[in-house]
Design a protein. Structure first.
Lengths: 278, 233
């Protein structure tokens, strides 16, 4: 389960955790059908019994990420199936003095298919070092809803993140062409300027939602009307087959409330995944 | 001394000019393309500055300098510089244009870069009689022509960034408003930053693209619903 220890000269050797979970679906008459499931190491894919659109809940049993850890999640959707996927809990990136933790998310949505990729937030602790790449490949007529929420320390615990290396690339491709690329990056220098109005304006929680599908632009007005949650600054824009929203908040809780409101609008009233309702 | 041999077709004249002069001529071409007089319509795009002013985020020289510095370091300054570098170094321009479009964070960001890129290509085509390339984002359009200049990549990037910053200073001076000297002070303060970005971007690749001016992207979105707008973006 845990890999061979890795260490720098003179350092205590630390165990690393590695995990991979991959799930595949195809469409059958009765609805989407599981066609593949692979789990290795610390990663698990849970499939709660739900009616209607199947749900996948990814879980990192190692309890968090630090230097040298690797984690990968993948969903493959064929035959026009619809799937909702999320994570069991917030991902935590802890102090990492010996290099980055590496996370790869790679989903593929075949013709006519749909994926809601709604992971819960990522909490970054002081001195975290996390490199994550999320890539969703869509067939020409497939679509997805993508969410990434990040929280800098926990406000209630008075945690302040001063030292950080965080690279979080969010990419969506359609027929091998890039259609949405957000190479988010935060580091210590930027955090020193966190109060700047062009950067974070002092916010410690922020999120991006992207609806990428033919006709996504039609959701702009309903999405804008759903903004305005207390304590959250939000903005939306529709262009080029996309609806993109960005949110900023002082804390993870108002951010989550705003995200739930937007999920409701963008998913046309579909209930959020069970793990979001806790 | 290194020489460049320039053939003038249609005659039997062969002219040689010194390399240094050829560089000066190339630099003049670049400066012409990136001057405020070149018809890209740059003055119509505030890159979200109009929103930042309207919301009170930028209200004086100091605030404007900080805003501009962040845009250069962490926003379009850095990312357009990287795209330009990739194009100047010979990467396929169609794929680069797709990447640049996918990177645009909002409707106005996309509009600003593609309209200026189209206008740039059209202006060059009209000047030279060559066919304009299909509409492409500004850094890609500039790379397409910039490749022919034979100038160091770093220099082209620096002049491009300076022209971007200078346009925003003009907008800031008129609308914050700032005195002319204050505006020029802000611009002069960015020289070192611009030189640094150009130096790092010159050897950077798409893996170095980094979007960190999160709220600036939101300001660009909010600009779409600003009640009274003078600028297109």
């Amino acid at each position: 389960m845990f890999d061979a220890p890795s260490q720098l000269p003179g350092q205590i050797s630390m165990q690393r955790s590695h995990g991979e979970a991959a799930v595949a679906f195809a469409q059958a008459e009765a609805g989407a059908r599981l066609t593949g499931l692979r789990q290795r190491g610390s990663a698990k894919a849970l499939l709660p019994r739900v009616r209607g659109v199947p749900e996948v809940v990814f879980l990192n049993t190692s309890g968090g990420l630090t230097s040298g850890d690797t984690l990968s999640y993948a969903i493959d959707i064929e035959g026009g199936a619809r799937v909702v996927a999320t994570t069991q809990a917030a991902e935590r990136a802890y102090r990492a003095e010996a290099g980055p933790a590496d996370v790869r998310v790679a989903h593929r949505v075949g013709p006519g298919g749909w994926l809601d990729w709604l992971p819960q937030e990522t909490i970054l602790f002081d001195r975290a070092n996390l490199r994550r790449q999320t890539r969703i490949d869509l067939a020409p007529d497939a679509g997805c809803l993508l969410l990434e929420a990040v929280v800098l320390g926990r406000a209630a615990m008075g945690e302040q993140v001063e030292t950080l290396q965080f690279s979080d690339i969010r990419e969506v491709y359609r027929a091998q062409k890039p259609v949405f690329i957000e190479p988010l990056m935060l580091n210590s220098d930027i955090l020193q300027r966190r109060g700047n109005p062009a950067l974070l304006s002092g916010a410690r929680a922020f999120a991006t939602l992207a609806l990428i599908a033919p006709g996504a632009e039609d959701a702009l007005e309903p999405a804008r009307r759903a903004l305005g949650e207390a304590g959250v600054e939000g903005a939306a824009s529709a262009f080029d087959g996309k609806l993109v929203l960005r949110l900023l908040a002082a804390d993870g809780w108002p951010l989550r409330r705003q995200i739930l409101k937007l999920m409701d609008v963008l998913r046309r009233g579909a209930p959020p995944p069970r793990v979001w309702q806790l | 001394m290194a020489m460049i041999i320039r053939m003038i077709t249609g005659t039997t004249t062969i002219t040689t000019i010194p390399m240094a002069e050829a560089d000066d001529l190339a630099l003049l071409r670049l400066v012409q393309w990136l001057s405020p007089a070149f018809p890209t319509g740059a003055f119509a795009y505030s890159h979200g500055l109009e929103q930042a002013i309207a919301s009170g985020d930028v209200r004086d020289e100091e605030g404007f300098a900080a805003w501009l510095a962040d845009i250069l370091d962490y926003g379009a300054g850095w990312n357009d510089a990287v795209l330009l570098a990739c194009g100047l170094r010979g990467e396929p321009l169609d794929a680069l244009a797709d990447l640049a479009r996918a990177l645009a964070g909002s409707a106005e960001r996309l509009r600003e870069t593609t309209e200026q890129g189209s206008a740039f290509g059209r202006a060059l085509a009209e000047m030279t009689g060559r066919k304009a390339a299909a509409s492409e984002p500004l850094p890609v359009a500039l790379a397409r022509s910039g490749r022919e200049l034979g100038l160091p990549v770093e220099r082209i990037i620096a002049v491009f960034l300076h022209s971007f910053a200078s346009n925003l200073v003009s907008a800031g001076v008129r609308f914050i408003p700032l005195g002319q000297s204050a505006g020029q002070r802000v611009l002069a303060e960015q020289h070192l930053r611009i030189a640094g970005i150009a130096a790092r971007a010159a050897s950077a690749g798409r893996g170095d693209l980094a979007s960190s001016a999160f709220r600036a992207e939101m300001q660009a979105m909010a600009h779409e619903t600003l009640d009274v707008r003078i600028f297109k973006t």
